[in-house]
Design a protein around this ligand. Structure first.
Ligand code: PLP
Length: 426
């Protein structure tokens, strides 16, 4: 939009026209601060839907009433509880119902998936990931390499930004894939980089990885519920994400994973198994031989964590109502407006520079903007925090903000600008 204005009236005007404006009322906006909170950390912990409590209460009540019989007689029986989440979660990541499950947590799922999809040999053992991946992913990859007897320093190849740049050039990813060729066993990249907010071309990376014979997986911790993805169509082998970031399922909540249909019927695929992955028809005959379900469910270890899945279901129902398409449409506008405001502040204050390191192209980013506040330092971040902005500081000088389309408004974006400008000139 060319005729954007950095004024409260204008922000309110677009809020009024926003078809998703009522969704804000479905969430608790934190109230811990003396000032009105501008919550821009949905990329770290999504807000609590007001409906969550009733979903959890339902299970507590059924547990009180039924005890163990709740597995069959609860309003939503616990035995197949995860199934209530599958279709809604699958829609968010573009998977089929037999490709997606919500259970365990992200890092656990990454390990379980890599047991199946990182099957190195003497010749083909390298893992390609992005530099500055989230630490948990780095530790997971390092320990997987060691588990198979490889030196992580040798097995793990990182592709990073060029000297003096923040973003990773896509051509450098593709060149690295081709260079590694038949030594490359697996690509495991964050679909959206947590630090810069850069979105990687997942479809093309998958194709390139497959063309050299590697498996391809993505960590969508910052992707699920933020950007549209089509994991099935893109032929991605596997993916996992967090439930508690954009998906608002509560701290440490259940998380989802995806395994492409072409793999789920392969009963010989190596995996770490548990009883909840066993054929549902005779699970309770307690057979001593594992017979995997022919779906992504075969990777489930344990019975459903119902209380955390109840919280997840509350949020998934909201996603189901609004749909990723409408969310993305608003997200592009909202983040674009926030970017416009930051650029406007730069123009009117030539003595400062707030540099947005996130890609400018909306197709190459989600809602997050990572801002380098040149010459400002952490003191400025503390000042904005004191004025009610909940954002995120990353050493040495990056402020990450995530205007989340589900519950942030254009007025929030305006307020953020107003507060940051006041703090700069204090
Ligand atoms: C948030 C995040 C995690 C956290 O992992 P948990 O297992 O949920 O604690 C891991 N990887 C990435 C990329 C993340 O953004």
């Amino acid at each position: 939009m060319k005729n954007w204005k950095n004024t409260l009236e204008f922000a309110k005007e677009i809020d009024n026209k926003d078809p998703l404006k009522h969704y804000k009322d479905k969430f608790f906006m934190p109230s811990f601060h003396k000032e009105k909170v501008t919550y821009f950390t949905g990329n770290s912990l999504g807000l609590q839907p007001k409906s969550t409590k009733s979903f959890i209460d339902q299970e507590l009540n059924d547990w009180a009433k039924w005890g163990v019989e709740g597995h069959f007689h609860a309003e939503r029986p616990w035995m197949p509880y995860h199934e209530f989440l599958t279709e809604k979660a699958a829609k968010i990541v573009g998977g089929k119902n037999n490709e997606v499950v919500v259970t365990h947590s992200l890092t656990t799922n990454l390990h379980l998936l890599m047991v199946s999809f990182y099957r190195p040999s003497k010749k083909r053992y390298k893992i390609l990931c992005e530099k500055k991946a989230f630490p948990s992913d780095q530790y997971a990859l390092q320990s997987q390499a060691k588990f198979h007897g490889f030196d992580p320093k040798e097995a793990i190849v990182e592709v990073g930004p060029r000297e003096g740049e923040y973003l990773i050039r896509e051509e450098d990813v593709f060149n690295k894939i081709n260079e590694l060729g038949d030594s490359l066993a697996m690509i495991m990249i964050g679909g959206v980089n947590y630090f810069t907010g850069q979105v990687f071309p997942m479809k093309e990376i998958t194709k390139a990885g497959h063309s050299v014979g590697a498996t391809v997986g993505f960590d969508l911790a910052h992707g699920a519920g933020n950007i549209p993805v089509s994991l099935h169509e893109w032929n991605v082998d596997f993916a996992a994400w967090c439930g508690y970031k954009y998906l608002n399922s509560g701290p440490g909540g259940s998380s989802g994973y995806f395994i492409h249909e072409k793999h789920v019927t392969n009963k010989d695929l190596i995996r770490f198994a548990g009883w909840w992955g066993h054929d549902k028809n005779d699970r309770f005959l307690m057979p001593d031989q594992f017979n995997p379900i022919e779906s992504a469910e075969a990777w489930q270890l344990s019975n459903a964590p119902v209380l955390s899945q109840a919280a997840h279901l509350a949020s998934l129902e909201i996603f189901d109502q609004v749909g990723m398409e409408a969310l993305r449409e608003k997200s592009i506008q909202l983040t674009g407006y926030q970017e416009f405001i930051i650029n406007d502040i730069n123009e009117r204050n030539p003595h400062i520079k707030l540099e947005i390191i996130t890609p400018k192209d909306p197709n190459k980013r989600g809602c997050q903007l990572s801002i380098v506040a040149h010459g400002q330092g952490k003191a400025m971040f503390e000042k904005i925090s004191n004025k009610g902005v909940v954002a995120d500081w990353r050493e040495p000088n990056v402020i990450r903000i995530a205007p989340v389309p589900l519950y942030n408004s254009f007025e929030d974006a305006y307020n953020f600008g107003k507060i940051i400008e006041a703090c700069i000139n204090e």
